[in-house]
Structures are given as structure tokens and as C-alpha cells.
Design a protein around this ligand. Structure first.
Ligand code: ARG
Length: 593
């Protein structure tokens, strides 16, 4: 009987083999269970490579058994299972595992009946994903774009797996830079308390005020006064602060809307009221040290690292202070089991410190987990820091606009503008532009720096979003070609069985069965590029299948003479899993492009 979760083959095999090994060698505690996907179907679909290390382990305890004999003994002890067709021992002692088609069939048929693919079963957790987190009054830059894309996809994955996810953007919306911004606002828009100032370009506003701050002593002094007033929450100054934050927020919102990103703003300012409290606690626990007028806190590696600055010599709080208050809030108030921070790799040290200080302070215990998800810098095609020709930071809105233009040109080059309706063309343009920007980011190992190249990401060959989106439209067009309505396909699920006889059908099916295992692995290490590789694998396996297996036969007049319904169902199952992958990657799909 199938439960509502999609079965992880890997987990099932691990369990079966552990049991077999325990039975064969009851004296070995914690035996090594090593299972890998086989890369050649001649040697099975999965492989167990436990015999070699086990034989060594036994030898070290004085029992000499060859790995092949160990393998034999394991195989003898494997219980009857609906998953396994047969087992073979190869070479020095590899156990080759062949999956049963019947089992695959059951999984795929129940997915078709449900009309969706259910996630594998996991223990539900409360998870905070801290991502995007741009800074107010500074342009949201490509680094924040990476954090936004990666963080959104991680959140989507965890939500799909059934976790309770809180998506938070830790905005840089508090700090001394607000002094000069507010002082400048007062001069430029003296009426700001009555009518909202029409600031359209906050970045130039920031530059103007910075210039005055650097050149004009009197202005500088006023800026400092404003900081003090802001910290004591003086109403007029708070109003100015709100205005400035709102302008920024609206800019960020536009980006989120275009990229279909959901995230709650909860910036540094939110933790103002919690900072005094945490400082008091740290002080009471004697965790703070004086250092040239500042108060610092060390992590557990005092000799190698740097400390957190909890109170500056002028009495002000820092980014460190807010992160300590923040982690406490997320654990005590938000009750999270797992906190994930998505920022550039430059902040790795900061989060290591936050983790070890939070542990020292007893905030973070073994009940919770903290993960920093770092990523490399974005480079331009010249392999230098990604900038405009004039050396300014690239504005995200302009980057997205350029993506749209290029996607449209690409479609026009192929003459698609003549085939698609205006609505379809627009949808295709957006799916391609935003999809390719996201996919280019997610498909690279996030630890590496990444070269932003529209030409590469818009290529329709290779592992790109465009290629995958085309494959999906091809998949979807098949039912259209066969003149089948969704209702007819649904009805067929009750009467027909997926066909898995042909070698290429079976190969595609096995790729589909890996879906839960791909996701479970990502949940462990939070690397998303294997999901992209998996999408590419689906595409390739599908193409091989489609090139080799007739699904719809037409006569010379273009009339359908034969439809292989079993294959149509396999295609349908492929589409369901493929689309679920796109959804986790945050990529919108289209029916035609
Ligand atoms: N605003 C920061 C930046 O732009 C990122 C904040 C990340 N989150 C955190 N809790 N510190 O670098």
C-alpha cells in the first residue's frame, strides 16, 4: 500500500542493507552502509559498496573474510522487498541492485492519480530563512540578488517538504548613515512632515548627503545630532526615518514582485528594543569584556578569531549587537528549530562568531541548528567585479529590463513573435528572462564566484533555463498533438498502465524515481545546483525516450492513427515532476514559447 509521501529509494535501500548487515554480522556495531547510484545500468541501478570496508573491519578484529564472501553473506541476508528485482555481486565485492519495474510503476501511477507529486516524508520543523536583506538607501545590488534567488529557492524547497518556513529579510534599516540622510532630507524637503517628499532616486540622494557629510563640518555635526535623536525615537526624526525606509522598501518590492519572491521585512530596527535586554543578559553572565572603550564578546576560539563588538566606544550598537538580539528573538519568540542565513561568503566569519557566542550565552542549544549559506561574488564577463561601464553598481531594475529585452530579441530571432499571441509572447519573454537569471545563479555551485553573462544564460543548448523550458513545452505539446484533453488523460489513468518495457522508457522512469532523493540531499547541505543537474537529466532522458519511442502516430494527412496511451502517461508523469522542480527553483513555466 502506498502512503501519501513519495518513497525515497535511497532511504529504503539503506534500511534494507543495514538490516541485512546487522543480521549477517551482529557483532559489528554501526556498520558502514554505503549506497551509490550506479552510472551504468549494466551494473544495476544502485550499488552497495559496504563489503570492502566491512571485510577490513573484520580483519582488524582477527576474522579474515574476503570482500566477496562478505558481499555474499549480505545478499543472503537481505529481506524480500518490493523494490528489488535482483541482486548481483560483481568484481571484488560490489553488490549491484536492480530495481523492480512493478515498484516504479506503482509510484508513478499513484502520482498520476493524485495529479501531483508528493514530497518525501520528513520531520516537520520551524525554519527561519534569512535572505535578500538589502540595505536601505543603498541600491540593492547583485549580491543581494544572489541572496534573494538562493534564499527563495531554499524556502520553496523547505515549504514543499512540509516545513513551517518563516521568510525574513534582515534589512539594513538602522544605523549611523541615517543621520546624514535625515539631515539632508530636512534641508531638501523642509515640508516633509506635511507632504511626502518626492524622492525618486534614493541612491543619488544618498550620494548627495554623503558628499555634504564629508565636506561640510556643520552638516556633519547636525547629522550626528540626528543619530542621537533617532536613537531616542524623537517623533519628527522617526517620521523622516520612516519616509526614507518607505522609499527603499517600494524599490525592493518592485524587484520582488517581478521575480515572484515573498519575504517579510524585518530589519535591524526591529531588534532595537531587544538589544538593551540582550546586553544586560550578556553582562550578567560576565560574557562582555572591555576593550579600549568598547565592549566585546569572544566566541570559543579566542586565539584565532576576532570578537563581536557589542557596544561601540561611543555607546552605539552594531550589526553584531542586532544579530545577537535577532538570534535570541528567533529562538525564544519565533521558536525556530533551524535558522538559515543566506549571505555572501564574506560574512562567514561573522556568522561563525554569532553561532559560537549564541552558544556561549546559552541562547542556541543542541535543540536548534544554525546554517550559514554562503555564496561567491558575481563577476562581469571581464571577470572583474560586476559594474556598469562607468564603474557604478548595476541597478537591478535595469538588469531585469535588459534581460526582458534580450529574451524578446531571442524569441524574435526565432520568428516566435509571428506564431505566438501577444499574451503568450509576453509570458514567454518573462519566463525566459527571469528564469534564466535565476537558473544561471542556482545551477552553479554557490561557493564559486559566478560570471554574469546574458549570452550564456540565454543559450538554448546545454544546461540552461531556456533549454529546459523548451523541453517542457515540447512535453506539453505532445498531448496537444495527440488531441487529448486533460480529462481524457485523467480517465486513461484509471484504465491504462504506464509503459515501462522499452529500455528508454525504463531509463526515464528511473530518473523520475530519484526525485525525492535529490530533494532530501539538498535539505541536508543546501546546495541547489544538483536540482538543476537533475532537471537537465530529466530533459536528456526525456529526449532520448522521445527520439526512440513512438507516442503518437499520424498518417500522411496529419490524422492521428495510433496513440500509445501508456507512453502518454509516462510523459504526463515526467511533466508533473519536471514542473515541481521548476516550482522549487522559482521558475515560471509556459505552455508555448
Ligand atoms: N544587510 C546585510 C548586508 O547587506 C545582510 C544581513 C544578513 N542577515 C543577518 N541576520 N545579518 O550585508
Amino acid at each position: 500500500k502506498m502512503d501519501s509521501h513519495t518513497i525515497s529509494i535511497y532511504d529504503q535501500l539503506m534500511e534494507l542493507l543495514l538490516k541485512a548487515i546487522n543480521k549477517a554480522y551482529p557483532d559489528v556495531v554501526d556498520p558502514p552502509v554505503i549506497i551509490t547510484l550506479s552510472n551504468n545500468s549494466k551494473f544495476g541501478d544502485y550499488q552497495c559498496n559496504s563489503a570492502m570496508p566491512l571485510s577490513k573491519l573484520l580483519a582488524s578484529k582477527g576474522t579474515k573474510v574476503s570482500p566477496r564472501d562478505v558481499a555474499n553473506k549480505i545478499v543472503e541476508n537481505i529481506a524480500e522487498s518490493p523494490i528489488i528485482e535482483k541482486l548481483e555481486i560483481a568484481g571484488p565485492g560490489f553488490i549491484n541492485i536492480f530495481l523492480k519495474r512493478e515498484f516504479a510503476l506503482n509510484i508513478l501511477m499513484s502520482l498520476l492519480k493524485a495529479g501531483k507529486v508528493s514530497p518525501p516524508s520528513v520531520k516537520k520543523q520551524r525554519i527561519v530563512v534569512d535572505f535578500s536583506s538589502p540595505n536601505v538607501a543603498k541600491e540593492m545590488h547583485v549580491g543581494h540578488l544572489r541572496s534573494t534567488i538562493i534564499g527563495d529557492s531554499i524556502s520553496r524547497l523547505l515549504e514543499y517538504l512540509g516545513h513551517d518556513v518563516l521568510r525574513l529579510s534582515h534589512l539594513g534599516d538602522w544605523g549611523t548613515q541615517f543621520g546624514m540622510l535625515i539631515a539632508h532630507l530636512q534641508d531638501k524637503f523642509p515640508n516633509y512632515l506635511v507632504t511626502s517628499p518626492p524622492i525618486s532616486d534614493l541612491q543619488s540622494f544618498y550620494k548627495e548627503s554623503k558628499k555634504r557629510f564629508d565636506e561640510d563640518e556643520a552638516f556633519k555635526k547636525r547629522a550626528y545630532d540626528c543619530v542621537v535623536k533617532l536613537q531616542s525615537h524623537e517623533p519628527d526624526i522617526m517620521k523622516a526615518w520612516h519616509l526614507i525606509c518607505d522609499v527603499s522598501r517600494k524599490e525592493f518590492e518592485k524587484i520582488y514582485e517581478r521575480l515572484d519572491i515573498k519575504v517579510i521585512d524585518r530589519g535591524e530596527s526591529f531588534y532595537q528594543k531587544y538589544m538593551e535586554q540582550i546586553i544586560k543578559e550578556l553582562d550578567e553572565k560576565n560574557l562582555l569584556e572591555e576593550d579600549e572603550g568598547r565592549k566585546i564578546m569572544w566566541g570559543d576560539k579566542k586565539d584565532v578569531g576576532i570578537p563581536l563588538t557589542i557596544i561601540k566606544s561611543d555607546g552605539g550598537f552594531t550589526y553584531d549587537t542586532s544579530d545577537m538580539a535577532c538570534i535570541q528573538h528567533r529562538i525564544n519568540v519565533e521558536k525556530s528549530d533551524w535558522i538559515i542565513y543566506v549571505t555572501d561568503a564574506g560574512q562567514s566569519m561573522h556568522f561563525q562568531l554569532i553561532e559560537s557566542c549564541a552558544k556561549r550565552a546559552g541562547i542556541l542549544t543542541d535543540k536548534q541548528k544554525l546554517s550559514h549559506v554562503p555564496f561567491g561574488v558575481v563577476l562581469g564577463e571581464d571577470k572583474k567585479k560586476f559594474k556598469t561601464r562607468s564603474g557604478d553598481t548595476i541597478k537591478l531594475v535595469e538588469l531585469l529590463d535588459e534581460g526582458l529585452n534580450r529574451a524578446l530579441n531571442k524569441l524574435k530571432e526565432k520568428g516566435r513573435d509571428k506564431e505566438l499571441t501577444e499574451e503568450e509572447l509576453n509570458a514567454a519573454k518573462e519566463a525566459i528572462a527571469y528564469g534564466c537569471i535565476k537558473y544561471a545563479d542556482l545551477s552553479h555551485n554557490r561557493n564559486h564566484e559566478y560570471i554574469f553573462s546574458f549570452d550564456k544564460m540565454l543559450d538554448d543548448k546545454g544546461n540552461t533555463a531556456v533549454y529546459l523550458l523548451y523541453t517542457l513545452t515540447r512535453i506539453r505539446s505532445i498531448a496537444r498533438i495527440a488531441n487529448l484533453t486533460p480529462e481524457q488523460i485523467k480517465a486513461a489513468v484509471e484504465t491504462t498502465s504506464i509503459s515501462l518495457e522499452h529500455e528508454k522508457e525504463w531509463k526515464l522512469a528511473k530518473v523520475l524515481l530519484k526525485f525525492p532523493d535529490v530533494l532530501l540531499k539538498i535539505m541536508k547541505d543546501l546546495y541547489l545546483h544538483p536540482l538543476c543537474e537533475y532537471c537537465y537529466e530529466i530533459s536528456c532522458a526525456f529526449s532520448e525516450f522521445y527520439d526512440n519511442c513512438y507516442c503518437v502516430e499520424k498518417n500522411k494527412n496529419g490524422e492521428t492513427i495510433k496513440v500509445n496511451m501508456g507512453r502518454i502517461l509516462l510523459i504526463e508523469a515526467t511533466a508533473i515532476i519536471f514542473e515541481q522542480c521548476f516550482d522549487i527553483l522559482g521558475i515560471k513555466t509556459v505552455n508555448r514559447m
